[in-house]
Design a protein around this ligand. Structure first.
Ligand SMILES: *Cc1c(COP(=O)(O)O)cnc(C)c1O
Length: 413
């Protein structure tokens, strides 16, 4: 049985128990080893930490606030059998520059790229959020930046394509496969195989071969470290439960990791349940997948009986990925984190409820976590507290949400 509170993972081979590792072509082994070494040096170097902290404060806008959601709490109470509910609190990553948590990681990795003497970064992007965060970091640090994006995604997310180009990045549209995130990731990896002496691949979540899941988790853990301190200062206590949405799993890993050893704190990850539990209709590998290798590491993957990666669906582009970070697979098996899933409809309801009650339009990704948090709070006591990672703001989603809400009002054929 794995130790659910281990903080020393991954091990020297990049494993989180049975998961993780680096299943890559020979040509990438050297680049990954060099990255692991450079990262190990950087994290022990107080000057690197100081520069990172300063960038996060001055440019990203950290620390982000911890704030109470009084009217969302009332809504949860109105749905409870007892008329009371746990207090819902928010960690406001939507207030980070560019509107989501992703920039915590891209600023860290871009600093690392500079330290390694690289002049170019590349990234993959689905909805365009990680691409925008990478282009932002590159612009700020004077690095050149190429972003791989499926042509189908580029069409659906024009605004983010324009934002990336405005900041000087080149957006390379990928026409292979389903022309979405999975295909863009393949192309970015292929680029890096031939360019690693000048280029750092900035991966967008806690996925990919070792050392990426560890590096991204560490850069995102600033969320949980801040939140833990803020809870202790504000309440003199820790939250009863922490809830986060899980796509690749970076915002969840970032807020969970600093609480992993606090036995009294329940951790809940929320995957995208999509439109049904049938294969192809959701993006919930921890719920419905099985162990396999995708993009260089072993984790839960949605796949058919031949090991071919399955199609996925979610109303939120940021959760629309058939894999998940290996540390989440480990936490699931160890029983440290409970994983559940929320469908498109319930997420859309939470998107509306949050906007109406708190004056915050959340990202559709985040709305999955909010939907579960409301239900959960309704089963708890008023002296308890649920902390939700508000991973991003929803400006990018208002057109899509309006379209879905309108479709819902039409009577069924
Ligand atoms: C990209 C994104 C996610 C999903 O990615 P994780 O790596 O699972 O965090 C969640 N929320 C927002 C706002 C995003 O932009």
């Amino acid at each position: 049985m794995p130790n659910p509170t281990a903080t020393t993972l991954p091990d020297a081979r990049g494993r989180f128990g049975a998961y993780g590792g680096a299943f890559v072509p020979e040509t990438l082994v050297g680049a990954l080893r060099e990255l692991a070494q450079a990262y190990d040096d950087a994290r022990r170097d107080p000057a690197f930490q100081r520069e990172l902290d300063r960038t996060l404060a001055d440019f990203v806008g950290r620390p982000t606030p911890l704030c109470f959601a009084p009217r969302l709490t009332e809504l949860a109470a109105s749905r409870s059998k007892t008329g009371g509910a746990a207090q819902i609190w928010l960690k406001r990553e939507d207030l980070c520059h560019t509107g989501a948590h992703k920039i915590n990681n891209t600023m860290g990795q871009a600093l690392l790229a500079k330290r390694m003497g690289r002049t170019r970064i590349i990234a993959e992007t689905g909805a365009g959020q990680h691409g925008v965060a990478s282009a932002t970091a590159a612009s700020r640090m004077g690095l050149s930046c190429d972003v791989y994006m499926g042509s189908e995604d580029a069409r659906r997310q024009r605004l983010n394509v324009v934002r990336m180009r405005l900041m000087g990045a080149r957006v390379i549209e990928v026409d292979s496969g389903s022309r979405t995130l999975k295909d863009a990731t393949n192309e970015a990896m292929r680029d890096w195989m031939g360019s690693s002496d000048t280029t750092l691949y900035i991966i967008g979540s806690v996925v990919g071969p070792h050392p990426f899941p560890m590096i991204v988790r560490d850069f995102q853990s600033v969320i949980g470290r801040e939140a833990r301190e803020q809870c202790l200062r504000e309440w003199n206590a820790l939250p009863d439960c922490v809830v986060a949405c899980v796509g690749g799993g970076s915002n969840a890993a970032g807020i969970f990791h600093p609480f992993a050893q606090d036995e009294g704190v329940a951790l809940v990850g929320v995957e995208a349940g999509g439109r049904s539990t049938n294969a192809g209709d959701h993006a919930a590998p921890l719920a419905f997948g099985s162990p396999g290798v995708l993009h260089g590491s072993m984790s839960y993957v949605l796949q058919d009986e031949h090991g071919q990666t399955a199609d996925v669906h979610s109303c939120s582009a940021g959760l629309d990925y058939p894999g998940v970070g290996p540390e989440h697979a480990y936490w699931k098996d160890a029983g440290r984190v409970r994983y559940t899933h929320v469908g498109d409809d319930a997420a859309l309801d939470a998107f509306v409820a949050m906007s109406e009650t708190e004056g915050i339009i959340p990202a559709l990704e985040t709305s999955h976590a909010l939907a579960h948090a409301i239900d959960l709070a309704a089963t708890m006591q008023p002296d308890q507290r649920v902390l939700v990672n508000l991973s991003g703001r929803g400006d990018k989603d208002v057109d899509e949400a309006a379209r879905l809400l309108e479709a819902r009002q039409k009577p069924a054929q």
